[in-house]
Design a protein around this ligand. Sequence first.
Ligand code: MG
Length: 230
Amino acid sequence: MTARFTLFLDADDTLWENNVYFERAIEHFYQLVAPAGGDRAAMRARINAHERRVIAEIGYGLASFTLALTRAFQDLAPERWNPEAADAVAELAARIAEEPIELVPEAETTLRDLATRHRLVLMTKGDYAEQTRKVELSGLQPLFEQVHVVPEKTAAAYRARVAGLAAAPAACWMIGNSPKSDINPALEAGLNAVLIPHPWTWVLEQDAVAPRPGRQFLQLERLADLRRHF
Ligand SMILES: [Mg+2]
């Protein structure tokens, strides 16, 4: 069989739930920082600012999330920061690592069907060990010809993967929930792209889609809709 297209697929919040676990942890964090209630928007802004900085320093992943929460706590409630608070913050992140992989509806049947006509490549960013573990637990790994965990999804990262596959960019599509990581850099690298918005998309992944002349862009409601287009 000759694959018609090479389909690159994002993993977190495209194939399985991810950000919802972080949002739950942040809800618990608010209670630790301000048991009597506090300004959630201000607390969230502080977390987001620390996440941006920490990610630039050490990359994505649970260690990074823990450090951002730690620094936010120390800013927001220095009088409450103590070894117990440090343990509670570490526990919030540790709990995320134990969450099961919850696939989005029809993930497996959709990929199984697409794999009969197209070459599938998983493209996820984050901590190598954390992302690899999720891919293994998902049971979806055998459906992918390649799995790539990259530190950041830049246009250069997409170009390198496309070149590694000896594929023409115009015959490649990137499919994911994040305009910032999945859509805009892929379009910049010459691929086509499919946005499948997820209601829990992380605030740091939100951005406006920047269309590029000559590239195709689709927006679909759910992963299973891919079967109608590919
Ligand atoms: Mg994603």
